[in-house]
Design a binder for this molecule. Structure first.
Ligand SMILES: Cc1cc2nc3c(=O)[nH]c(=O)nc-3n(C[C@H](O)[C@H](O)[C@H](O)COP(=O)(O)O)c2cc1C
Length: 139
């Protein structure tokens, strides 16, 4: 079965005070669900945006993304890429968190004043590289 990789970004809709706890809940739930359907990937939060990579069989990735899009904890979900891949990059993680935990509780970073990160200015390759390099930094 060919694996697919999906990349999207979205805007945070959570109040800053709830962000860190909700991020933990999202990661816990993601890991429980994704392992059951063979989906792997990575999630990052920066400057009020989520960026996520989902990898797996086409149907499993689509069903997961459908659910994620309905989630009111974020909005304005923008699909950047959904393509077949020769191999997975995040095969060891049912959902890795690509970044420092502090990012989510750092008010300046959460509202974007510090990093100035704007995913809408990056293409799929650049977003993917950003997630990969943040994951390596955090490890
Ligand atoms: C930014 C973000 C990323 C998420 N990533 C995943 C994910 O990778 N897998 C998943 O199952 N749910 C993910 N969720 C949660 C889903 O939106 C949804 O709440 C969850 O899948 C519902 O699971 P349940 O039906 O088992 O309660 C994510 C939510 C957000 C806001």
């Amino acid at each position: 079965m060919t694996d697919y990789r999906l990349i999207y970004f979205s805007e945070n809709r959570l109040p800053l005070g709830q962000l860190a706890a909700e991020l933990d809940a999202i990661l816990d739930k993601s890991r429980q669900n994704n392992v059951l359907v063979g989906v792997t990937g990575a999630l990052m939060f920066s400057a009020g945006y989520f960026v996520q990579v989902l990898e797996g069989e086409q149907g499993a990735v689509e069903a997961t993304f459908e659910r994620i899009q309905q989630d009111s904890r974020h909005g304005d979900v923008q699909l950047v890429d959904f393509s077949p891949v020769a191999e997975r990059t995040f095969s060891n993680w049912s959902m890795a968190y690509a970044g420092r935990r502090e990012d989510a509780s750092d008010e300046l970073d959460a509202i974007g004043t510090k990093s100035g990160f704007d995913p809408s200015l990056l293409d799929g390759h650049q977003l993917f590289d950003k997630l990969k390099s943040r994951l390596l930094e955090a490890a």
